[in-house]
Design a protein around this ligand. Structure first.
Ligand SMILES: NC(=O)c1ccc[n+]([C@@H]2O[C@H](COP(=O)([O-])OP(=O)(O)OC[C@H]3O[C@@H](n4cnc5c(N)ncnc54)[C@H](OP(=O)(O)O)[C@@H]3O)[C@@H](O)[C@H]2O)c1
Length: 259
């Protein structure tokens, strides 16, 4: 039996994209999956059912709005009712649409009290609130691992990405602080920073086609990233194979950042 079997991961925003691929990676390896949805309850319930049937693990979906960080406490209390332990936490969900107006755009259009503040709450706030709840449970089982999803848009210029890029830089810094303070209770904390990945969130970019073409051109591998490309790295960081890795950002970008 693998050391991962029978453990539990909590993942935010796993109805599609990177969250869903990550949830499936854990499920394939015998890890029980508690995950959240925001607007797609039907898709989430179908995913839970599919994973349970395919991988013989326990999977359940819970509602969450990362713009209201007070929801993390009741979320984890609900998870406590259904799962006997929490070993891993993946801070993945991200907002888009109306709530990022004033946050997704050119520098001169940024609105600190509106979209920009929302992106901070959804990125750093959600990481802090979710990790705090997860860490309390991990401590009870002797440790665990936390991974936040970041983006290479905090290192290289991506048009309209100032709001997201700066908050991804902030969540990476917060991750390092958490790593130092949670290390003493056996919790490792890391980030996976992805280059452009083919998902709905990227398709929502106003210059999506341009970003896609540029990514393929810049990538040493001559292609876009896929959700599975990130999922394996998130999973690795939660395994014993990464037992000496903490406070680290693993860049998974198909070689796009250097070029
Ligand atoms: N795509 C990229 O190029 C890329 C690159 C690097 C990093 N990332 C990062 O990877 C993560 C996942 O992105 P993705 O591209 O996989 O996105 P995605 O496919 O659009 O999925 C977004 C997820 O977030 C959930 N969500 C949306 N609004 C929410 C809210 N207010 N509260 C809670 N959950 C909410 C969605 O749930 P519902 O479907 O139920 O609404 C969905 O499960 C994000 O942190 C993103 O910044 C993405």
């Amino acid at each position: 039996m693998s050391k991962m079997q029978g453990k539990t991961v909590v993942i935010t925003g796993a109805t599609k994209g990177i969250g869903k691929a990550t949830a499936e990676k854990f499920a394939q390896n015998g890890v029980n999956v508690a995950f959240t949805y925001n607007s797609n309850k039907e898709a989430a319930d179908a995913i839970a059912k599919e994973f349970e049937e395919k991988y013989s693990i326990k999977a359940k979906a819970y509602p969450l709005d990362i713009l209201d960080t007070d929801q993390f406490k009741p979320l984890f209390e609900a998870i406590d009712q259904d799962f006997d332990r929490v070993d891993f936490y993946v801070n993945n969900a991200m907002i888009y649409g109306r709530s990022v107006v004033g946050g997704y755009g050119k520098f001169m259009k940024l609105r600190p009290k509106r979209g920009l503040a929302n992106i901070y709450t959804a990125t750093v706030g959600a990481f802090v609130a979710g990790s705090q709840e997860a860490a309390k449970r991990m401590e009870k089982v002797g440790g665990g691992a936390i991974v936040t999803i970041s983006s290479t848009g905090n290192r290289i210029y991506i048009e309209n990405y100032a709001g997201h890029g700066t908050n991804k830089a902030a969540v990476e810094a917060m991750m390092r602080y958490a790593a130092v303070e949670l290390g003493e209770i056996g919790i490792r904390v890391n980030a996976v920073s992805g280059g452009p990945i083919e998902t709905d969130a990227l398709r929502a970019f106003t210059n999506y086609e341009e970003v896609k073409a540029e990514t393929v051109k810049r990538s040493a591998l001559n292609r876009m990233g896929t959700p599975d490309d990130l999922a394996g790295s998130v999973y690795f960081l939660c395994t014993e194979d990464a037992s000496w890795v903490t406070g680290h950002t693993l860049i998974v970008d198909g070689g796009t950042t250097f070029r």
